[in-house]
Design a protein around this ligand. Structure first.
Ligand SMILES: [Fe+2]
Length: 255
């Protein structure tokens, strides 16, 4: 595939460079939003062909059977990862899902490049609201450590024509993504990447029902941390599109 060593950068190379520039900025920097908007525009323009996506990965249209080990529900195509950003493609079999999980302290961009997905995202309740809810008082102490109050942020069907889904440390940072009507694939950008040995390990959650009399808790959903669900695992496939490492080297190509 063309590395664009001397010419204009490919779309995904421009995206990588723009995302890297965006998330180096503190959110409080006035230039952050402008650069985030540029990242959104770039990722919205990306199609599977721009990544030289291997459509053989979505050829199997059988519905994933969680009781069978015969095929992995999810395939990950790693495009690039460094200490600032990770870029990859998640490919989901029909009926497969990325279970409810978080992105601690991370930003993310998610763009469907094939099929359609149902994405449900939650926001953590602010510490102030948590206090208002007087959780520590109303919940049994042992239970308080096991549950997390959240608000439903969005529950949407997204496809190749949809606007990019954006998550941040405070908005939509906990989500579940499922393929419901055939295999699907999405481009996933995280900044910074997960760090399983540090502060940004991935946690999985289940939903629990808790009845609280406090009216402030009316729209609150409750999650409890669980181990990785047995119906979720990944295999991997090689990336065959434009080289990203080259694009992040300022000496290479031009925007
Ligand atoms: Fe995610």
């Amino acid at each position: 595939m063309n590395d664009n060593m001397a010419g204009p950068l490919a779309k995904v190379q421009r995206l990588a460079r723009q995302v890297s520039k965006t998330f180096r900025l503190p959110v409080s920097n006035p230039a952050f939003q402008e650069n985030l908007n540029k990242s959104r525009t770039l990722i919205n323009s990306i199609q599977a062909q721009d990544l030289n996506f291997d459509f053989n990965l979505v050829r199997n249209t059988r519905v994933f059977n969680p009781r069978s080990n015969e095929m992995p529900p999810v395939t990950y195509v790693k495009i690039h990862e460094d200490c600032e950003i990770s870029i990859g493609i998640f490919v989901l079999k029909d009926g497969a899902r990325l279970p409810l999980h978080d992105h601690p302290g991370m930003h993310g961009l998610l763009k469907v490049i094939h099929g359609s997905l149902r994405a449900r995202a939650f926001n953590e309740v602010s510490p102030a609201l948590r206090q208002q809810l007087e959780l520590q008082v109303q919940l049994d102490n042992s239970l308080a450590n096991l549950v997390k109050p959240v608000f439903l942020h969005s529950d949407t069907e997204v496809d190749v024509n949809s606007d990019v889904c954006v998550l941040s440390p405070t908005v939509a940072g906990i989500h579940e993504i499922a393929a419901r009507s055939g295999p699907a694939a999405f481009l996933d950008v995280l900044a910074p990447p997960y760090d399983i040995d540090g502060e940004r390990d991935c946690h999985y959650f289940g939903e629990v029902f808790l009845k609280m009399d406090n009216p402030l808790a009316k729209d609150v959903c409750w999650l409890t941390e669980i181990s990785c669900p047995s119906d979720f695992w990944c295999d991997s496939a090689p990336y065959q599109g434009p080289d990203i490492t080259c694009a992040l080297d300022d000496a290479c190509g031009s925007l």
